[in-house]
Design a protein around this ligand. Structure first.
Ligand code: GLU
Length: 469
């Protein structure tokens, strides 16, 4: 089967979910289509020469506002890809019960070729183009980091918006993923990786789902291969190895593969990768160049955490993983998805598994428009109450409460505690909703179709409620 474009691939997956539902065809096509796309071209003076840049912001759905989604800076990006990613944001927000529409942006640029001082005016000018054309504001369209962008770019974007609209009291909420000292929230950088961990934990709490994947037990000792040690891959594999006993037996990076059947130390490997701009030469593992073969190695869970279109009709028949945990957006193509399902490989879909980023972005946005840090009002109160409990317990029993327990009970939740708790809850509920959907509808066999079915039903309901015209 030939490969479709990314946008067509997402659409077909959505169509598959629609066939399991009773949805009016007009409504289905209203939901699927991308509402609007802005393309901008702007010049910036770099090293005494004028360079012209092209960027996009696609708004897939505005059934909820603001429309939300990251902005990527990449040397190969096209409108089709931005539209596909914007659509995924719509479904992702709906699955996770995040009250946002879906959007995505991109700038065609290789950020590695420019210095920090050059990136700043480029990013600010792009922001200006988006804001002037009504494609950026706390109420209507809120960007976040994605591939090639991070806190630094978000700080520049938010600052540009602030200068443009100083009378907007909610200017900080125009962008999420900002540095903490510029209105960001604790736990946003780790959020997508953390969400992958929480999502996998929830999967492994459901014995039926684990057995169907041909596995047993919990995450402890599971052999994992991870593709991409960027922000998402690094955090996901770090938390899974350090907190859940997972063994990462191979890491696939842009310069090759590091494998170690005993399990890699992720923090150490990540530091090596940053210092050496690659994993080649890392002492505690064997290196080889065959990244494609590494995807096909025997393992329990394969976590593609790099980019779209990595598992295709070509390599899908050779994938030996029992579970594919989609930490990236769109890593499995439509054709590959079918081949893998037919072979019984369980896919935990991107629109659920990598939603941690946008979930915590939602918390950041709420915090920004509330103008008060989470935990600021109640933290000391909770702490005091906890201390009273332990004292009361000691007085009533005549026994000392162990120190670890005392400090846990007497700990008032701070911003990071609340963010992690909110993310964990959101991941669990979304997974349970997907499972319940699969159980109640015999036409639905896989988690992706279940996820899209949940999403489409919610979006359809909001269209019906206001009868669009
Ligand atoms: N770029 C991330 C994603 O694809 C985060 C989006 C956001 O936080 O708005 O989900």
């Amino acid at each position: 089967m030939g490969e479709l474009s990314f946008r067509e691939s997402v659409n077909r997956m959505v169509d598959r979910a629609i066939t399991t539902m009773d949805l009016e065809p007009g409504l289905a096509s209203a939901i699927k289509g991308c509402n609007s796309v802005l393309q901008v071209r702007f010049p910036v003076l770099i090293r005494d020469k004028i360079e012209v840049f092209t960027g996009w912001r696609a708004v897939h759905s505005t059934h909820r506002l603001p429309a939300k989604g990251g902005i990527r800076f990449a040397p190969t990006v096209a409108q089709d890809e931005v539209e596909a990613l914007a659509a995924l944001m719509t479904y992702k927000c709906a699955i996770m019960d995040i009250p946002f529409g879906g959007s995505k942006g991109a700038l065609l640029i290789d950020p590695r070729k420019y210095t920090r001082d050059e990136m700043q005016p480029i990013t600010r000018r792009f922001t200006l183009e988006l804001a002037r054309k009504q494609f950026l504001s706390p109420a209507t369209n809120v960007p976040a980091p994605d591939m090639g962008t991070g806190q630094r770019e978000m700080a520049w974007m938010a600052d540009t918006y602030k200068n443009l609209c100083p009378e907007d009291i909610n200017y900080l909420a125009s962008v999420t993923g900002k540095p903490v000292q510029h209105g960001g929230i604790h736990g946003r950088v780790e959020a997508t990786g953390r969400g992958v961990q929480y999502g996998l934990r929830e999967f492994f709490r459901h014995t039926g789902a684990v057995t169907a994947a041909g596995l047993s037990g919990d995450l402890d000792g599971k052999r994992v291969i991870i593709q991409g040690l960027g922000n998402v891959g690094y955090h996901a594999s770090k938390f899974l190895t350090e907190e859940d006993g997972v063994k990462v037996i191979a890491v696939i990076e842009h310069d090759g593969v590091i494998a170690n059947p005993k399990g890699l130390l992720i923090e150490e490997l990540y530091r090596y990768k940053v210092a050496n701009k690659g994993v080649k030469g890392y002492p505690d593992g064997t290196f080889h160049n065959d990244s494609a073969a590494a995807l096909e190695m025997e393992c329990d869970v394969l976590i593609p955490a790099a980019m779209e279109g990595q598992i295709t009709a070509d390599n899908a028949p050779r994938i030996q993983a029992k579970i594919i945990a989609e930490a990236a957006n769109g890593p499995v193509t439509y054709a590959a998805d079918k081949l893998l399902r037919d072979r019984g490989v369980v896919i935990i879909p991107d629109a659920f598994l990598n939603a941690g980023g946008v979930v915590v972005s939602y918390f950041e946005w709420v915090q920004n428009i509330s103008h008060i840090r989470f935990g600021r009002l109640q933290r000391r109160l909770d702490e005091g109450r906890g201390n009273y409990y332990t004292t009361a317990l000691e007085e009533l029993t005549g026994k000392a409460v162990p120190e670890k327990l005392r400090s846990w009970i007497g700990h008032g939740a701070d911003e990071l505690d609340l963010v992690r708790s909110g993310l964990d809850d959101t991941m669990r509920l979304a997974f349970q909703e997907m499972l319940a959907r699969r159980e109640e509808n015999p036409k639905i066999k896989d988690l992706r179709t279940a996820a899209f079915s949940v999403a489409i039903e919610k979006i359809a309901q909001s269209y019906i409620d206001v009868s669009p015209y």
